[in-house]
Design a protein around this ligand. Structure first.
Ligand SMILES: Cc1ncc(COP(=O)(O)O)c(C=O)c1O
Length: 390
């Protein structure tokens, strides 16, 4: 089987991730603040490793979630907003941003500006800045589009927003982390960064994390009061005598028994990236991506906004003239054993902007483990579909 659906969930997982997950069954269960594993808590150790990988100075500012969807819901639903407050987002967003924002329109009657991209899905920092004013409460943006692969300069955006307003800047890093270098201590104008584990970080499904900067924590006389309300409250394994949620980080946001096996897989995924080198992974995927794009571009029947995106990365979406994307994906899977993703990719606004609505597009999500040979076979299969020889 050829697996080109890595932008949804990466497969295969690196050998060390499989080993770490299997090894979990050989030990007694551990849990944050519930068991000790020879001194330092296992979760604390992993939190430190992941924080280091992302340039986060204080690992307590990083907390685990079930994925980017939970992280973004937490950040958006937890905003302290009221009727009439102004928020900004873009057409490049995934439904895990758009739907929580739409819910805020319904429940809190906020005002939302959605910044349009151009016809290729490209959006400039200045396009977004135009919508930000001194009244803006939050700006929520996707780092790398899961439809076009377009990469927004989030560092520059955050810096420029801070010059104009006190808005909270929330970034969806689901498609960038593990693929692009992220140093959150350098990108210190970014207030919150949510991401998935099961994509470029090679973890199992059902794990992700959120980073919040010190700007979202009100530490007054050692009394910690995070500014974003938690999505859930409950058991934290400490301060059980209190009926109020303890405000210390990270437990403020981590009630309930954690997805320990997911967290272990995330650590192993990060170890894999570190052992190979992020730059090397990025370079390899870029080589594969260029190889695929060159071949697709040479075919007049292929329509793709990704051809216009200068910074190529692992995501390439396209359509074949006069072909239904769901039929193409079905044939690729059933006749050629190639797995791609088709449809709107949970990103309806950008799909509309690109003319991929309502049927969507075919998306190839490449990984470090794909090969040129697989791409050759894929291109041959597409050619056969076009000439209807299958
Ligand atoms: C850009 C983007 N944001 C958010 C998500 C949701 O991630 P998760 O599956 O971790 O909830 C995805 C996953 O498809 C995504 O591509």
């Amino acid at each position: 089987m050829i697996y080109f659906n890595n932008a949804a969930t990466s497969y295969p997982k690196p050998p060390n991730v499989k080993l770490a997950v299997n090894d979990y069954f050989n030990h007694y269960p551990v849990g944050q603040n519930r068991n000790q594993l020879g001194g330092e808590d296992l979760i604390l150790n992993i939190r430190k490793r992941i924080a280091k990988f992302l340039g986060i100075k204080n690992c307590n500012n990083l907390f685990f979630t079930s994925g980017a969807t939970e992280g973004l819901n937490l950040l958006i639903a937890g905003l302290n907003v009221e009727e009439g407050d102004h928020l900004v987002t873009t057409e490049n967003e995934h439904n895990s941003v758009l739907r929580p924002l739409y819910r805020l329109i319904e429940t809190k009657k906020i005002k939302l500006d959605i910044v349009a991209t151009n016809e290729y899905g490209i959006i400039n920092v200045s396009d977004i800045i135009k919508y930000v004013n001194s009244e803006t409460k939050a700006v929520i943006v996707n780092h790398v589009s899961n439809v076009t692969g377009f990469t927004l300069d989030i560092e520059q955006l955050a810096l420029q927003i801070k010059q104009k307003s006190k808005a909270i800047i929330i970034v969806d890093g689901s498609q960038s982390v593990g693929y692009l270098p992220i140093d959150l201590s350098r990108m210190n104008a970014i207030d919150a960064f949510a991401f998935s584990g099961h994509k470029s970080l090679w973890a199992l499904e059902g794990i992700g994390a959120v980073y919040i900067s010190e700007s979202l924590i009100n530490s007054d006389q050692n009394k910690i009061a995070p500014l974003i309300a938690p999505l859930k409250v409950g058991g934290t394994g400490v301060k059980s005598e209190s009926l109020k949620q303890p405000t210390e980080l990270p437990i403020y946001y981590e009630s309930g028994t954690q997805n320990i096996i997911g967290i272990i897989s995330l650590a192993a995924g990060v170890d894999f990236i570190t052992s190979i080198g992020l730059e090397k992974i990025n370079q390899r995927v870029s080589v594969l991506s260029d190889y695929l794009v060159d071949k697709l571009q040479a075919m007049p029947e292929i329509i793709s906004p990704s051809f216009e995106i200068e910074i190529k990365n692992s995501i390439i979406s396209f359509n074949i003239l006069n072909h239904d994307p769901s039929e193409v994906a079905f044939i690729l899977s059933n006749s050629f054993d190639i797995i791609v993703r088709e449809g709107l990719h949970c990103a309806p606004l950008i799909s509309k902007r690109l003319g991929f609505f309502p049927k969507g597009s075919i998306r190839v999500g490449l990984s470090y483990f794909n090969t040129e040979g697989e791409i050759d076979f894929f291109i041959d299969s597409i050619k056969k579909i076009i000439s209807s020889k299958c």
